[in-house]
Design a protein around this ligand. Structure first.
Ligand code: CP
Ligand code: NVA
Length: 307
């Protein structure tokens, strides 16, 4: 079903395939907790390329490869000839000759496509300007740990153009869930991508709606999700985005409008006092540390299925 394929975007996968990735993530978590991890990557070499900084993704993917018996090789862009102008296609061709899979965190999603085409091995999106599929899998895992497989409602408060939100929209649409997005009209998601997501949502019965008022979006939801206002690579438009988003902070007051047992989620890293109040992210409703831990099990699941 997966062997030899790449994971650049969750929209490329059927609902049952996403369910399978989630099932195997839970199985991996159980294996880790029982100290019984299989050697499904025995002898397999996986290159992990980082064009931007990372804590969670770096730790989870490198550990996932090692724990499954594989050999990870972590490469930061500044250490590669890529940073001196060697084409990404040549980089992919060379690395692809000696590894069984490549994970890459890139500034421009097109770089992932070029790596996939040039390397001949499965390529995994470890965050691009467009999307963050491994994060969305860990998020759904975290949501299911709290609420089971119920058809829950999620609110995303913040930047409608955010890469983490795009993957969240994709997984929500594929799984038939409900998502309320509170974002200013200037920061709506890319129309072409949203059209694809809406068509999937129509098929699965998923509801994805937009609100300008965060209180309207949060009323009655089970999960309140946010991400940073300024993503890596957007430093040049930081002030403009902060101005647009100043009323889209997740506060304790906003959380009161969600259901009583609602949780707060954030992919991290977070800016306390900016997109979220300290009292929320460090409070009892916060599920952010579970989300971060679950990144390990989803990386293990994806690598063992695809490589
Ligand atoms: N959430 C996430 O991808 O974190 P890092 O940037 O630390 O990898
Ligand atoms: N939207 C953030 C996510 C970091 C994991 C960024 O791209 O910087």
């Amino acid at each position: 079903m997966f062997r030899g394929r790449s994971l650049l975007c969750l929209l490329d996968f059927e609902t049952h395939e996403i369910e399978k990735m989630l099932d195997v993530s839970f199985i991996m978590k159980n294996y880790v907790y029982h100290n019984n991890v299989p050697s499904s990557l025995s002898g397999k070499r996986v290159a992990l390329l980082f064009e931007k900084p990372s804590t969670r993704t770096r730790v989870s993917t490198e550990l996932a490869v090692s724990m499954l018996g594989g050999i990870p090789i972590v490469l930061n862009k500044q250490d590669l000839q890529w940073s001196r102008g060697e084409p990404i296609e040549d980089t992919g061709r060379v690395i692809g000759r000696v590894v069984n899979g490549i994970g890459a965190r890139v500034l421009n999603h097109l770089t992932l496509v070029k790596l996939k085409e040039s390397s001949g091995v499965p390529v995994f999106n470890l965050l691009s300007d467009l999307s963050h599929p491994l994060q969305a899998l860990a998020d759904l895992m975290t949501i299911r740990e709290r609420f089971g497989n119920n058809l829950i409602k999620i609110a995303f408060v913040g930047d409608g153009t955010d890469n983490v939100l795009l993957s969240l929209m994709a997984i929500v649409a594929k799984l038939g869930l409900e998502l309320h997005i509170a974002t200013p009209k200037e920061l709506k998601p890319r129309e072409d991508l949203f059209k694809i997501i809406s068509e999937i949502a129509d098929d699965t019965g998923s509801v994805i709606e937009f609100h300008e008022d965060p209180y309207d979006a949060v009323r009655g939801v089970h999960v309140v999700y946010t991400d940073v206002w300024v993503s890596m690579g957007q430093e040049n438009i930081a002030e403009q985005k902060k101005k647009l988003l100043q009323n889209y902070r997740v506060t304790s007051d906003l959380m009161k409008y969600a259901v009583k047992d609602a949780i707060f989620m954030h992919c991290l890293p977070a800016n306390r006092g900016e997109e979220v109040e300290l009292e929320v992210i460090d409070g009892p409703k916060s599920a952010v540390w579970d989300q971060a831990e679950n990144r390990l099990y989803t990386a293990m699941a994806v690598f063992s299925l695809f490589i």
